[in-house]
Design a protein around this ligand. Structure first.
Ligand SMILES: Nc1nc2c(c(=O)[nH]1)N[C@H]1C(S)=C(S)[C@@H](COP(=O)(O)O)O[C@H]1N2
Ligand SMILES: [Mo]
Length: 391
């Protein structure tokens, strides 16, 4: 479990770390039963046969990671307490009085913003849903969420400081640090969690330094008091507990850009088959079925779509050997939100296999597990996800 005393250990520094327990078996076992999502009167949740009967999600705990029981997804916005939580160096506690967001490096004017200073700037809101780059079928896609983010446009901050022409890359540092071993040396160094974006990508007007999540101050576990949100990107781009933005003339090669969250997959490179490594950035085109309910004799299938913000053509569902049928996409969907989809189904008794696939306006179709490029790393799991159910 989590030792909450850990938080009190070092009051001298403004920034403290809590223990990151990860997704422990204990947390899962200690949760007696999952709370049923909003169901219409008489509506019941139908269990998937590909899920263990006792499958449980642990409760959200301060300082820890957690994930969604995706059978519970029924709202467009994920509750702040329900939205998945992932961090690699534990959760730092940022002192609000001494908090300064520092902009440094290749800018005309280096600046510091207090929290009040950020709050006094023009505020924007954007819907963005994302998943962890490591999200997968093992947790039934539970490292996922969709929220209404409010805060300051990154572009406004960068323009206020004036990025110099030789500035190429924008690096975002969090308050959290970890000790990293240096390969082949008997040495360790303390490093901050950090990610970067090329200047052109950073200038996308959708990017926001979020101070609010679903209309509330950003919760501690989601990066209080400020985090970067890069709509259309995997979770790892969205640096929590944001402390410094540094503009430099070269790529940033820190752990979470250069070594971890690096996808290694087979591609054709100029007619030659090669293993190619890339940082996890834009979300791949993905859909998954996560929830089946029944009201009287009518079943309803629900799922989600995530991608990089490219408009969609459709989402289709295939049941057993039938043809693909178009599902209905939630009209609340916006460019960077997740897109929930539903389809009614008159289900005959027996064992069934259901799978969804999404197609974007450019005709890119979500691929099957057999069709996706061969991959050696565990990141970016976007293949079609067949589910089974017994009626
Ligand atoms: N400072 C900091 N930001 C971070 C991380 C981290 O370890 N430290 N983890 C990243 C990863 S890998 C993910 S998936 C998302 C999760 O965001 P959430 O906890 O708000 O869902 O935060 C990202 N931002
Ligand atoms: Mo992640």
């Amino acid at each position: 479990g989590i030792d909450m005393n850990d938080q009190k250990m070092d009051r001298r520094t403004a920034i403290k770390r809590t223990l990151n327990t990860g997704l422990t078996a204990g947390a899962i076992a200690s949760f007696p039963s999952f709370i049923l999502p909003a169901l219409a009167q008489g509506e019941v949740l139908v269990p998937f046969s590909d899920m263990p009967a006792d499958y449980r999600r642990g409760p959200a705990r301060p300082g820890a990671s957690h994930f969604l029981d995706t059978r519970m997804i029924s709202d467009f916005y994920t509750d702040n307490t329900d939205f998945y939580v992932v961090q690699h160096y534990g959760q730092p506690e940022v002192d609000l009085d001494s908090y300064r967001l520092k902009i440094t490096g290749l800018v005309e004017n280096e600046r510091e913003y207090t929290l009040a200073g950020l709050q006094a700037m023009s505020q924007f809101r954007i819907n963005a849903g994302f998943e962890c780059g490591g999200n997968n079928t093992a947790r039934f896609q539970g490292l996922i969420g969709n929220a209404d983010w409010g805060g300051v446009r990154l572009r406004d901050i960068l323009n206020e400081c004036g990025v110099k022409p030789e500035g190429k890359e924008v690096v975002f540092f969090g308050a959290d640090t970890g000790v990293e071993a240096i390969p082949n040396r008997d040495t360790e160094v303390e490093q901050s969690f950090a990610r970067s974006l090329p200047v052109a990508d950073a200038m996308n007007e959708a990017n926001i330094i979020a101070l609010q999540m679903n209309g509330e101050a950003l919760p501690q576990g989601h990066g209080h008091p400020a985090r970067l949100v890069v709509p259309g990107h995997y979770g790892v781009s969205n640096v929590k507990w944001l402390m410094q933005i540094h503009i430099q003339d070269r790529r940033y090669m820190g752990r979470f850009m250069g070594r971890d969250y690096v996808t290694l997959k087979k591609e054709m490179v100029g007619g030659q088959e090669r293993w190619v490594e890339n940082s996890v950035t834009k979300m791949q085109l993905k859909s998954a079925i996560v929830r089946i309910t029944r009201l009287n004799n009518q079943h309803k299938i629900t799922g989600f779509v995530l991608n990089d913000g490219t408009p969609l053509r459709n989402v289709e569902i295939k049941i057993d050997d039938s043809t693909w049928q178009e599902a209905t996409i939630d009209p609340r969907s916006t460019q960077y939100s997740w897109k929930l989809f539903t389809m009614n189904w008159t289900a005959p008794p027996g064992e069934h296999t259901l799978v969804s696939r999404v197609t974007d306006i450019n005709g890119n179709v979500q691929l099957t597990a057999e069709e996706v490029p061969e991959k050696a790393s565990r990141w970016e799991n976007y293949a079609q996800f067949p589910r089974t159910i017994t009626i």
